[in-house]
Design a protein around this ligand. Structure first.
Ligand code: B1M
Length: 814
């Protein structure tokens, strides 16, 4: 049996920690564990044997960190290929005659995927492909992608594995205690992505001990239709006498694992800190338990990097505005390559209450594939909403499907043979929910029966490609009533019939009013009729007040708005916007997302803030730059910094801490703040630098430098020469520069509690080596008292405070 069959048949026992065992046998800190596949193969093989003896049915080859980024210098014996082949060789030697399967272990690359300073998505795919191809050729039985923190890297790894070999792929990720990956992804979005990509099984490993993992498992089981695997650590790591120790005993571990087996987990094993004793105890504890059945959840799910939406629970709105047809600004932005500007249109629709954003870049004369990919890349940085990829160009569709970090709506496939032949393989390979159009080589049938027949044909053809019916929604096509007065009713009847057949539906609402006046009125009436017929997804303009009113009223009247809370919120906002503008021209702000629905929209704190503030919190670099330029026309530079940039970053920091936004958004906001700050710097005149020389640095381990850069700007503005050593600076560099430049004042910045020890250490060294030099410190994490306690001469709460200190040290203030 292969791993898929084994997991579907019953429990499968995986092995435990490899690193833990290697360390126990002398692997030293900093040594690359995979080199032992070549230098100490007998030890690696012996560890596998111990796990098999303990009852493991899967041994994981010692290849976790074997990638070209870590083994870039490896030549001869230590080249990547040899490391992987030797790793698989050790595992196969141990497994021989035991029946145990050998997993090629694929861990993270150690670089952020898709961000500046990290590694590009396609480069990551190429790195993973190389590993998988080598492991498969060396004889691995399946691919185990594990310890993934970032969902984009997870996608790159799984895609690479599927492309590079035919072996089953199993993927497990790291959730933190709040039940999210480092990239902010929740269990539903992980399941949606992995099942869309066709993994054989999925699960959680590392980071958490068994107790914490137990609480996240039900969320995975709720959504997963494939077997689920759990491989916790033996508790949380603790440092004892300079060594990392894990304190959950084999018996304690096994008790929790038994509960997870009873709850429905199929693959059971351990991660850091677990040993053959833990696995032996686990085997004993799972004896006599009947595995829970693995059930097909039959959910139609789409997702972004962080959230998933289940289609069919309540009607969802797809924002239609990112489409050049009939929209001059989008057309111009596409021609100019202003993809960030187009993405801003997405953020506005998210604010207006869209649940999903349609992305269409079909404009003659442009590189549609490149534009679509670029807009999707921008959009997924600034919004949490899932996207609909809208193109009839298969090449553009494929580029977009690769770049998108989630499960999109794929708009569209039709009943035409050519469309079926080109789109279905893409949907099968990349996942996604297909929008099937009820038209074929003969056109659009006028009657209900004709459209249903095409819908059935699309579903049947998709099934032949291995795409289940729950991954299809049907668009029975809204046609203009000006051309055929019976068109609207024919479409609505088809919606109702499809719903009766258990098929989800989608309509582009505004087509119905083409060629007629008061289109908004017709559109909203048709929208209500379609909702009543059971429509699942509507492509509309979410900024339209009429559409919003129809939608909110429908939810309230159809019992889909518990206690009318959404409607009441909506009414309050409508009253406010009418009072503000004198008329209800555009849509009022949406109500809060319904309970159970994901926190939908773009990142943002709501109204009442300046454009600069809004642009920073939404991570819109170009908009932040423009807004800063505008503000600087009427405001003092310091006012822009203190009144807009810093408060916006403050909001971002709080939301990050509350886990309402995640690292990608933090990075985007930092980028936007830096861009705005660039404009401030451009208008502030640098001084002549004659008042004195000052060194500034953010301490080792800390890469926050926005505050330090503001301090630098102001000091220069007051006539000081600043030697800026940058961020993440070691005390050795700071000391050397202080001595070389004979500097009398050193300024240190630190933003994190974890980097305060580096600040303390730097001060200690400077005190000892350059006792006459004064030291000032600053950064949000510091207080006056703490600054004193670590031996600093001065504490500056802000940039103005830093200038005052400089004036005092250099005698200018007296
Ligand atoms: Co991060 N970050 N961040 N971050 N980040 C904080 C600091 C955090 C408080 C957010 C939070 O959780 N609430 C938190 C630290 C928690 C803690 O330790 N208590 C945090 C974390 C955890 C992290 C990461 C670990 C996240 C992760 O990867 N999981 C990671 C750390 C990486 C590392 O450093 N090794 C990380 C990364 C980042 C970004 C790269 C995305 C980005 C930094 C970009 C950059 O700086 N180029 C970023 C940002 C932007 C923030 C927040 C949101 C904003 C910081 C900022 O620029 N504030 C921040 C939350 C917050 O502080 N509200 C947060 C505006 C700036 C003008 O203020 O720096 O305080 P500040 O400077 C002021 C004064 O303090 C003073 O004057 C300045 C002007 O008034 N001052 C000095 C500063 N230095 C001075 C020196 C002086 C004198 C005065 O004399 C020398």
């Amino acid at each position: 049996m292969n791993i898929t069959e084994k997991l579907n048949h019953g429990f499968v026992i995986f092995d435990g920690g490899m690193g833990t065992m290697l360390q126990a046998r002398g692997l030293s800190a900093g040594e690359l564990p995979e080199t032992w596949n070549i230098t100490r193969p007998e030890i690696v093989t012996e560890i596998h044997r111990e796990y098999i003896k303990a009852g493991a049915e899967v041994v994981t080859a010692n290849t976790f960190g074997a990638n070209r980024l870590k083994y870039c210098d490896g030549s001869g014996d230590f080249c990547l290929e040899n490391i992987i082949r030797a790793g698989i060789g050790c595992a196969k030697d141990a497994a021989r005659d035991s029946g145990a399967l050998v997993a090629l272990d694929v861990g993270p690359l150690g670089k952020v995927v898709g961000w500046l300073g990290g590694i590009g998505f396609e480069e990551a795919v190429s790195c993973f492909s190389e590993i998988v191809r080598t492991g498969a050729l060396a004889g691995a039985d399946f691919i185990l992608i594990e310890t993934m923190n970032d969902i984009y890297e997870l996608k790159a790894a799984v895609l690479a594995a599927k492309e590079a070999c035919d072996l089953p792929v199993v993927a497990t990720v790291v959730f933190d205690e709040s039940g999210r990956m480092m990239s902010g992804s929740d269990p539903a979005s992980v399941v949606a992505l992995l099942e869309g990509l066709g993994v054989a099984a999925l699960g959680i490993n590392c980071s958490l001990g068994p107790t914490k993992m137990k609480s996240i498992l039900p969320e995975l089981l709720k959504y997963a239709s494939v077997p689920v695997i759990v491989q916790p650590n033996a508790g949380m790591p603790q440092i004892c006498d300079g060594k990392t120790v894990y304190n959950v005993s084999p018996a304690g571990f096994a008790g929790h694992m038994r509960e997870m087996a009873e709850a429905g987990a199929r693959g059971l094993g351990g991660c850091c800190g677990t040993t053959p004793e833990h696995i032996k105890a686990l085997v004993g504890a799972t004896q006599g338990i009947t595995p829970q059945p693995i059930t097909e959840k039959n959910l139609t799910m789409i997702s972004s990097a962080t959230h998933a939406l289940v289609i069919g629970r309540r009607p969802l709105i797809i924002g239609e505005r990112i489409n050049p047809t009939g929209k001059k600004p989008i057309k111009e932005a596409l021609l100019a390559g202003d993809y960030a500007g187009i993405a801003e249109e997405g953020a506005l629709q998210a604010d207006a209450g869209a649940d999903i954003l349609d992305v269409n870049a079909g404009l003659p004369g442009i590189d549609e594939a490149g534009a679509l990919e670029a807009i999707i890349t921008e959009l997924q940085m600034i919004t949490k909403l899932p996207l609909q990829i809208d193109t009839s160009n298969p090449a553009a569709m494929e580029r977009a499907l690769r770049a998108y970090c989630g499960v999109p709506l794929i708009n569209s496939v039709s009943g035409k043979s050519e469309s079926l032949a080109s789109v279905l393989p893409l949907a099968k390979k990349y996942g996604g929910v297909l929008v099937g159009l009820t038209l074929d080589d003969d056109g659009i049938p006028a009657d209900v029966a004709g459209r249903l027949k095409i819908a059935e044909k699309i579903i049947a053809e998709a099934e032949k490609h291995g795409i289940s019916p729950n991954r299809i929604v049907i668009d029975p096509l809204a046609m203009s009533v000006s051309a055929d007065p019976s068109a609207a009713l024919a479409t609505l009847k088809t919606v109702a019939a499809l719903i009766d057949m258990g098929i989800h539906t989608l309509l582009g609402i505004s087509n119905v009013s083409y060629g007629l006046p008061m289109r908004d009125t017709l559109n909203s009436a048709f929208f209500t009729m379609a909702l009543y017929a059971g429509l699942s997804l509507a492509i509309v303009n979410p900024n339209s007040a009429e559409i919003q009113k129809a939608y909110r009223a429908y939810l309230a009247l159809s019992g889909k708005d518990e206690n009318f809370s959404e409607f009441i919120d909506f009414a309050k906002n409508a009253a406010k916007s009418e009072a503000g503008s004198g008329q209800a021209a555009s849509a009022p702000a949406p109500a809060a997302p319904a309970a159970g629905a994901p926190a939908g929209g773009a990142v943002g704190p709501g109204g009442g803030h300046s454009e600069l503030y809004q642009a920073i919190v939404r991570g819109m670099e170009a908009a932040a730059q423009d807004a800063a330029v505008e503000l600087l026309k009427t405001n003092d530079a310091l006012e822009v910094i203190n009144g807009h940039i810093i408060p916006a970053l403050g909001w971002v920091g709080e939301e990050f801490e509350k886990k309402r936004i995640f690292l990608p958004q933090l990075l985007m906001s930092a980028g936007a703040a830096t861009a705005a700050f660039g404009q401030v710097r451009a208008i502030m005149k640098a001084g002549c630098g004659t008042k004195g020389k000052i060194i500034l640095a953010t301490v080792k381990g800390d890469i926050h430098d926005i505050g330090k850069n503001i301090v630098k700007l102001l000091l220069e503005n007051y006539g000081y020469e600043v030697i800026d050593l940058g961020r993440d600076v070691s005390y050795e560099t700071i000391l050397k520069s202080t001595q070389d430049n004979n500097v009398r004042l050193v300024g240190l910045s630190a933003l994190m509690t974890t980097t305060l020890p580096a600040m303390k250490q730097t001060i200690k060294v400077l005190r000892r080596e350059v006792p006459d030099c004064r030291i000032m410190v600053g950064g949000a994490v510091l207080t006056e008292e703490y600054a004193k306690s670590i031996g600093a001469d001065y504490y500056a709460p802000d940039a103005t405070g830093a200038v005052k200190i400089a004036e005092e040290v250099f005698g200018q203030g007296k």
